[in-house]
Ligand binder design. Structure first.
Ligand code: NAD
Length: 336
């Protein structure tokens, strides 16, 4: 049984906590919060032990009447792996604390790749050996890695060009934007996403350009890949249909965007309407000569969650990556 803590119970942290709690070979020891807000109260109601992320906030929890099991230091001493889900850049500030406690750590994609021994994606990254820390790459990098790995294995990727239309903020981020525009972000091309894919797939030539749109539900990728081989459109559809973390949206499903995708996930009974899979429109997959085109949507709050579970096993478990992915998919219900 691997004992796991989550430091930073926000958008990603609360989902990772639920996913870890669902694993028969893992124990969620507890989660941290910086302040006694609704998230802290909800964590306690879910039965999770709550720890103060910052020592000087203990009194605030006491004043709010929320019971603490301890501070971050106590949590670090009680776990085999800590999953850092703090805001971008804060993971780097937390790193010395994890190292001082000798606690193996998993970081998120908002951190620089140099923070960890290796960057991680369960489908595509190199085998992990003797690592004390991993970085689960960002939502966009996760989705692109899942897509490009099978294409490269089967047909060879000569060059991938991807335009990312990114959501302006998560649904709970009331202070984000834009609210009435679509803005290049960054305006320089290529964006950082391509190099980030290369932390997973070192050899794949990929250029990315990014925009930000006034939506909160999902990112949309417009993908063009020049392949070395010339598969048929149907062969590529079959290949992607065989990937457990890619959902091929059937043409006649009536799913036309993030709204209907999230509605479908909610109808399936998924907590928070989460979509852990890349969502690829089947009819958008098209091969012309050696050029492949497709559109995929990425639920930014969810696709990295199963990857974090597999990262825990890569650091502290004793099963193969394939076995880990199968267990994670089975326990969470990944795969449509
Ligand atoms: P978030 O702001 O929703 O949650 C972060 C949580 O950490 C908050 O509850 C915050 O109060 C808490 N926190 C702040 N300072 C802390 C500290 N010093 N120690 C511990 N906790 C602290 O952020 P998020 O969207 O969940 O992002 C977390 C990480 O995941 C970032 O690296 C981000 O880039 C990455 N990520 C985010 C998304 C996304 O779309 N939201 C997708 C993939 C990866």
């Amino acid at each position: 049984m691997t004992r796991v803590g989550v430091n930073g119970y926000g958008t990603i942290g609360k989902r990772v906590a639920d996913a870890v709690a669902a694993q028969p070979d893992m124990e969620l020891v507890g989660v941290t919060k910086t302040s006694p807000d609704y998230g802290a109260e909800a964590a306690l109601r879910r039965g999770y032990d709550l720890y103060a992320a910052l020592d000087d906030r203990v009194a605030a929890f006491e004043d709010a009447g929320l019971d603490l099991a301890g501070t971050l230091a106590d949590l670090l001493d009680a776990v085999d792996v800590i999953v850092d889900c703090a805001p971008s850049g804060v993971g780097e500030r937390n790193r010395p604390t994890y190292e001082a406690h000798d606690t193996p750590a998993i970081y998120q994609g908002g951190e620089d790749a140099a923070i960890a021994d290796a960057s991680f994606n369960a489908r595509a990254s190199a085998p992990i050996r003797n690592a004390d820390s991993l970085r689960v790459v960002s939502c966009n990098t996760t989705a692109l890695s899942r897509l490009l790995a099978p294409l490269d294995e089967s047909y060879g990727v000569e060059k991938a060009r991807v335009t990312l239309v990114r959501r302006g903020g998560d649904p709970s981020e009331t202070n984000r934007g834009p609210i009435n525009d679509v803005v290049p972000d960054p305006a320089t091309v290529p964006s950082h996403h391509g190099p980030d894919v290369n932390t997973i797939l070192g050899d794949v030539d990929v250029d990315t350009a990014a925009l930000k749109a006034p939506v909160t539900g999902m990112h949309t990728h417009s993908v063009n890949v020049t392949l070395e081989a010339k598969p048929t459109t149907e062969e590529v559809r079959e290949l992607l249909r065989g990937e457990t973390r890619i959902f091929l949206i059937p043409e006649d499903a009536g799913i036309d965007g993030a709204g209907t995708l999230k509605d479908y996930a909610s109808d399936l009974g998924r907590a928070r309407g989460d979509l852990w899979e890349n969502c690829v429109w089947e009819e958008s997959i098209r091969v012309q000569g050696r050029d492949l085109y497709l559109f995929q949507n990425v639920h930014q709050e969810a696709d990295v969650v199963p990857e974090n579970v597999d990262a825990v096993r890569a650091l502290a478990g004793d099963v193969s990556r394939e076995e880990s992915v199968a267990r994670t998919n089975e326990t969470l219900g990944v795969g449509i």
